[in-house]
Design a protein around this ligand. Sequence first.
Ligand code: GAR
Length: 189
Amino acid sequence: MKNIVVLVSGGGTNLQRIIDCIDNGEIPNAKISLVVADRACFGLERTDNHNIPTLLIPRGKTFSEELQQILPENTDLIVLAGFLSILNKEFCESFTGKIINIHPALLPKFGGKGMWGNYVHDAVLKGGEKESGATVHFVTPGIDEGEIILQKSFPVSKDETIETLAEKIHEIECEILPKAINNVLELPL
Ligand code: GAR
């Protein structure tokens, strides 16, 4: 049984997807051993009735150290699912190849500091991009710079808005996140 820790900062739809995929067997032989949030958010409530422990570590300079101290020893994978704090270099390097992030754009484009949620979609529209999509990648000390695990794109249409982009990207995230988790945990796809 693989143990997954999920970090959240927001609505937690990606966390919900992981919970559902574990329940329905799409992510086999795994469990979420802990959900950690860096702020009060709806994501924390997604664990209700699922018997998953949760913890709030307020964002700030000592977040990574505090997380490292409480992280269950048997953690196989840490998933950043809409998580907005930056994990420090020491933390990233202690868990090389074991931390993954989902990003709402086609990295290496539209990544880095300040590029999250609707800021990304806005930048994609303003940049006149012909396509957008989502990426799951390994987390390294450079923000959004780690090796790409899975990525899927779609054409940006002429009448696209931030809302329509967000909706399409949400669908893609639902598809690629469980596949990427299985891939990294070497569970059957
Ligand atoms: C997702 O679209 C995720 O890709 C994005 O935040 C959203 C979280 O939604 N992550 C980033 O922008 C990270 N740079 P959720 O809280 O409903 O899962």
